[in-house]
Design a protein. Structure first.
Length: 258
């Protein structure tokens, strides 16, 4: 179903009536509207102030955070430097400790070597000490045996001297002899005088050893013929005639002095 378009109806209904000069303005017929510009301006001013304050606070906060960041970075760098320095000190201490350990190890090895050497030397000394103890014991035993033999011989000589004392006095007077000590227990010194007619004060002497059974002549003054002296000593050791021995010794001295 189609409807016919009627321009007269469509336009006539929307077109306003033709205004005349005396007719009222359409703007006057509009209602008055209050937009609130003052309130808007105040609101905008308050907003601007709040925004500026917000921006200022944000700027200050950013500055404070940046300054704090720089401070933190400086402290961090200082901590890093201190830690690096601590690491260097620890490394130095570790090197020193390592050197000390090496030195102590060397000293310990040297000490062990010294201890081993001292131990060997101690063992050697102990063995030497034991040998010396054994030698001392053997020597002491030999000395004791010798002392006992000397005591026995001294007792024998003492007994014989008691028996021969009158005879010895005779020979001392007859041969012009005096008997002196020779500085040792097993030696006697026989001094002769009146050997020379031209010098009765001239003296001669000899040292006689009595440590063993056989007599032994050690020193004479003046010196006599060695072979003749040995012959005289051999005779007395064979015949044990001590008076004859003293006479023979006097004869040797007279021959030597003449």
């Amino acid at each position: 179903m189609t409807s016919s378009f009627e321009p007269s109806l469509s336009t006539s209904g929307m077109r306003p009536p033709i205004a005349s000069a005396d007719a009222p303005s359409m703007a006057d017929s509009l209602p008055s509207i209050n937009f609130g510009f003052e309130d808007l301006r105040n609101s905008m001013a308050q907003f601007t102030a709040k925004f500026d304050a917000f921006i200022e606070r944000g700027r200050k906060q950013v500055l404070e955070e940046r300054n704090q960041f720089h401070i933190n970075m400086a402290e961090y760098e200082e901590d890093q430097r201190m830690r690096q320095r601590d690491i260097e000190i620890l490394n130095l201490k570790a090197q020193t400790h390592e050197q000390t350990l090496q030195k102590e190890a060397a000293e310990a090895a040297e000490m062990h070597t010294a201890i081993s050497s001292i131990t060997l030397e101690r063992d050697s000394r102990l063995a030497k000490r034991d040998r010396l103890k054994q030698q001392i014991a053997e020597t002491q035993k030999a000395i004791n045996q010798k002392v006992e033999a000397q005591k026995s011989h001294a007792q024998h000589l003492d007994a014989q001297s008691r028996l021969n004392f009158p005879e010895l006095e005779f020979w001392q007077d007859y041969l012009c002899i005096r008997i002196e000590g020779a500085g040792r227990e097993d030696r006697l010194k026989f001094v002769y005088s009146h050997l020379l007619e031209k010098d009765w004060e001239a003296e001669a002497w000899f040292e006689l050893g009595t440590a063993s059974r056989d007599y032994e002549v050690f020193h004479t003054r003046p010196k006599v013929d060695r072979d003749a002296l040995e012959h005289v000593v051999d005779l007395v050791n064979d015949d044990r005639d001590f008076g004859a021995f003293l006479k023979r010794m006097r004869k040797l001295f007279v021959e030597a002095m003449n």
